[in-house]
Design a protein around this ligand. Structure first.
Ligand SMILES: [Zn+2]
Length: 586
């Protein structure tokens, strides 16, 4: 079967793209076309088909009957013809890295949301032609057709080995800037849509350093060329999505200064680039080849995303783009976030991974109480796992060795890692150590993490404290998260088992007064609380569904929310060596 897609940006200002799929070598009376319901790397059912309109079909050059047989699938009556054509339009006006965005300046095309596959033919090779408005250019990880084929309208033709490769290759079409550098003789591009306060030379230098540092870890760059799509937009913009030889990065346009803010660019690049290996090649069974019609379950997203998040900062400190001090500060902040999330006691990393489809991408006011992020906790467990391996092997082996082993042991053309047992087996192979107990407690279970021992092995100690010590240690607290909405102070969430939780406060309660005195915003609430003592009863006045209510709350103690992870005064030789080799401090 031969499959050719033609993508035409006919009405970009109206957010519309025209897609034509030409299939030849068809046998049988019907042919099904399916639009994926999700895209790899983002584990949520998105039902892209809801943005498809004006679908028509032809067979043997004549109009053919076409009807939907489920929410994703269009069935064409072929009349026995061997050439079938499907035409449709796709609406794209959602600026994220996993949805189409088309306007009068560009199109960022997410293939899973755009190109229907031919049922039963996802292994067939594919060609894609693109026509765009005058002066617009196309950037994609796909290669151009070898014979330099061009469409009559001077559009370009790209090739994909199969549908998976097409889905893995977003296209940026428009008037973009392209920055270039080379590592190991391989071309790398940063394709930028939009502009802000970036320094182009700094982007090239730092991005190249990240590429080189990751290459040093794995020993090679497993692609012929690589493209960073950098989409610069408004304040709330953010996100990244990994592909085998490209990545889409979405950031606020003024994120590049000052230095602290620039960390968002560095960490996004580092995270997505580490996925070149972890996820795009080292992958859980089920994460390729894909079933695009439904959820794919794995308990290993903590290893795919969390371990990637661990290496995100580790690569940066090894590259000299974060100081060791700053690295430990960021790690300590993550530990504080986890330790102040009650959900860590209810949901394990494996359960968080498995339930990503219904939980991670759909947070609500109960999430912090019942769930844990496999990114956040996965990154911390990645650090502890690395330190545990180093401690058990007197720093002869590390998680780096495990990653390198996994990269070789699970090549792209074979099956992925068979869940927990596969990971444990890799660790056993590399280190000679059985970490079943570690996995059972901290990855499959919800035991508190062994920070003191793990960091202690590298000569680090933890010092917990309160950020706000006005009025002495252990100031009184209600155990609520608040938000200001429409000029009113509202409860955003209630900490499970905390004072407000016991008293029956709930999300969206509008706080009015504490002991009869107005609390208009977060500051005045903090001030009114600081006048009180732990264990004291206070009366909260609030509106719930426009009804005035009072609730009595017994004040608790604010949890410690400040942590520093620092070197002990006199580390022993092994501790010193472990710390230095971990962060590559010369
Ligand atoms: Zn990721």
């Amino acid at each position: 079967m031969n499959i050719h897609y033609a993508l035409a940006l006919t009405e970009p200002a109206q957010h519309l793209m025209d897609v034509t799929v030409d299939v030849t070598g068809v046998t049988g009376d019907t042919l099904d076309f399916v639009l994926p319901t999700w895209t790899p790397g983002s584990y949520l059912i998105r039902e892209y088909a809801r943005h498809v309109q004006e679908v028509t079909a032809a067979a043997g050059g004549q109009p053919a009957a076409c009807r939907k047989i489920d929410k994703l699938t269009w069935r064409v009556e072929t009349g026995g013809q061997d050439a079938v054509q499907l035409r449709y339009r796709v609406y794209g006006n959602e600026l994220t890295v996993r949805t189409n965005h088309v306007d009068d300046t560009h199109a960022h095309v997410i293939p899973a949301a755009t190109f229907m596959y031919v049922a039963g033919a996802t292994e067939a090779p594919i060609t894609v032609g693109v026509t765009a408005p005058q002066g617009w250019e196309v950037a994609t990880g796909l290669d151009l057709a070898p014979d330099g084929d061009r469409l009559p309208a001077s559009g370009l033709i790209y090739v994909a080995e199969n549908y998976d490769q097409l889905v893995d290759s977003p296209l940026e079409i428009g008037r973009h800037r392209t920055l270039e550098f080379t590592v190991d003789g391989k071309p790398h591009r940063i394709v930028i849509w939009g502009a802000g306060n970036e320094d182009e030379q700094q982007l090239v230098r730092d991005t190249q350093t990240i590429v080189t540092t990751a290459r040093d870890l794995f020993g090679e760059l497993p692609y012929a060329h690589y493209t960073f799509f950098l989409l610069l937009a408004g304040k709330g913009a953010g996100g990244g999505l990994e592909h085998r030889n490209s990545t889409s990065l979405l950031l606020p346009r003024f994120v590049f200064q000052p230095e602290r803010s620039y960390e968002r660019y560095l960490t996004l690049v580092s995270h997505e680039f580490f996925h070149v290996w972890n996820v795009k090649r080292i992958r859980a069974a089920g994460l390729g080849p894909f079933d695009y019609t439904q959820e794919t379950y794995t308990t290993l997203l903590w290893a795919m995303e969390g371990v990637t998040e661990y290496y995100t900062d580790l690569l940066l400190v090894r590259a000299g783009l974060l100081t060791p001090k700053r690295y430990l500060e960021r790690l300590a902040d993550d530990v504080v976030t986890l330790q102040t999330t009650p959900g860590r006691q209810l949901q394990s990393l494996e359960c968080a991974s498995f339930d990503s489809w219904i939980k991670h991408y759909r947070p609500d006011e109960n999430t912090a109480n019942t769930a844990v992020s496999y990114y956040l906790k996965g990154a911390i467990v990645g650090a502890l796992l690395d330190l545990e391996i180093r401690a058990r092997t007197e720093n002869e082996r590390s998680l780096d060795d495990v990653m390198r082993y996994l990269y070789v042991a699970y090549p792209l053309d074979g099956p992925g890692i068979p869940e927990r047992a596969g990971y444990l087996e890799a660790i056993r192979h590399v280190t000679g150590q059985d970490l079943s107990d570690f996995f059972e407690r901290y990855i499959g279970g919800t035991d508190e993490l062994p920070y003191t021992d793990a960091f202690g092995a590298a000569g680090l100690r933890l010092a917990w404290d309160w950020k706000d010590k006005s009025g002495g240690e252990g100031r009184p607290a209600l155990g609520v998260r608040t938000k200001t909405e429409g000029g009113t102070l509202k409860v955003a969430g209630v900490v499970r088992d905390g004072p407000a939780y016991q008293a029956g406060l709930t999300a969206d309660d509008e706080l009015v007064a504490l002991n009869g005195y107005r609390v208009a915003d977060e500051n005045s609430l903090r001030e009114r609380l600081s006048d009180r003592k732990v264990g004291e009863h206070v009366v909260l006045t609030l509106f719930r569904r426009e009804e005035l209510r009072t609730l009595e709350v017994t004040l608790g103690v604010a949890p410690q929310d400040k942590l520093s992870i620092e070197l002990v005064d006199q580390p022993n030789e092994l501790q010193r060596e472990m710390y230095a080799s971990w962060l590559r401090i010369k």
